[in-house]
Design a protein around this ligand. Structure first.
Ligand code: G1P
Length: 286
């Protein structure tokens, strides 16, 4: 079955980016000329998804504003001959559908995903954490395929040095990784101490989940950090259904902190047809 919906949890307060996030949600901060959330949306669209479910907070109305159709602005840009940017604005919500749901009480990632239940319905769906940017849609597309062939949930993973695992969800493989980078999973643990981590495969914020996960989310009790953890709902799924990890082979940027955000902005700008030349020249002078 085709995965149609992508859930993007975007209700966080962005405390690591204050004072910038006092007025501008982190998801709208620009990577070059593009809001970070649009890069996540483009990744989802590139994997065949056409319904974006943004889990926002009522204290971040700018996110809704970004999705609103603004015909007057589009017309004004066209009149000035700026057809390219007019088309980019016109495509927001035209070529894909957007639903905004709210998580006004920050109780953890599991809770945030649970807030999307009604919007997603009873079918497999993707979750994309906006703190992680991928170089392209290849990982998500492959994960969709693995979900369709196994009938079970799938997580995107990366191998990291063992001393970094305690910042992430970590999976326990039940057999070795295959040639396509697919790993059968028997268990998952959220932010384990290094000496208790079942492997060095970490979750990198990309999920394709079967809808039974919503029942597991409703039964969650507080886990790591006192929060309702998505990883704890996934471990229930892994204990009774096929569950897979897919090793990411694409670039990954952790935009959850200001330095990582700058690294991502520079990497994306260096790939941009108009920005890369001037930026390279400037960087060479430093
Ligand atoms: C979340 C997830 C964690 C995952 C990480 C990826 O943690 O709970 O399993 O590895 O995202 O970025 P957070 O970074 O929100 O603490």
């Amino acid at each position: 079955m085709q995965v149609r919906s992508a859930v993007i949890p975007a209700a966080g307060m962005g405390t690591r980016f204050l004072p910038a996030t006092k007025a501008v949600p982190k998801e709208l901060m620009p990577i070059g000329d593009t809001p970070a959330i649009q890069i996540i949306i483009d990744e989802a669209l590139g994997a065949g998804i056409d319904h974006i479910v943004a889990v926002s907070s009522r204290s971040k109305p700018a996110i809704e504003h970004y999705f609103e159709h603004d015909q007057a602005l589009i017309d004004a840009l066209k009149e000035k001959g700026k057809d390219d940017v007019a088309e980019r604005l016109a495509s927001i919500g035209r070529d894909w559908r957007v639903t905004i749901t709210y998580q006004d009480n920050p109780r953890g990632l599991g809770h945030a995903v649970g807030c999307a239940r009604e919007a997603v319905g009873d079918e497999p769906f993707a979750v994309l954490l906006p703190d992680e940017l991928m170089g392209d849609s290849s990982l998500l597309a492959q994960m969709n395929g693995v979900c369709a062939s196994t009938g079970g949930s799938v997580v995107g993973v990366k191998q990291v040095p063992k001393d970094q695992v305690s910042s992430y969800g970590v999976l326990a493989p039940s057999s070795p990784i295959d040639d396509d980078g697919v790993i059968p999973v028997s268990d998952l643990v959220e932010k384990p101490p290094v000496d208790e981590a079942p492997s060095d495969y970490i979750l990198i914020g990309r999920y394709v989940l079967t809808p039974d996960v919503f029942d597991e989310i409703e039964n969650l009790t507080p886990g790591s950090g006192g929060e309702l953890q998505l990883t704890d709902a996934l471990r229930k799924q892994a204990s009774r259904s096929p569950f897979s990890g897919v090793l990411s082979r694409t670039d990954r940027y952790d935009t959850g902190n200001p330095v990582g955000f700058l690294e991502a902005a520079i990497a994306f700008a260096l790939k941009h047809p108009e920005m890369s030349g001037p930026l390279r020249e400037h960087l060479a002078t430093l």
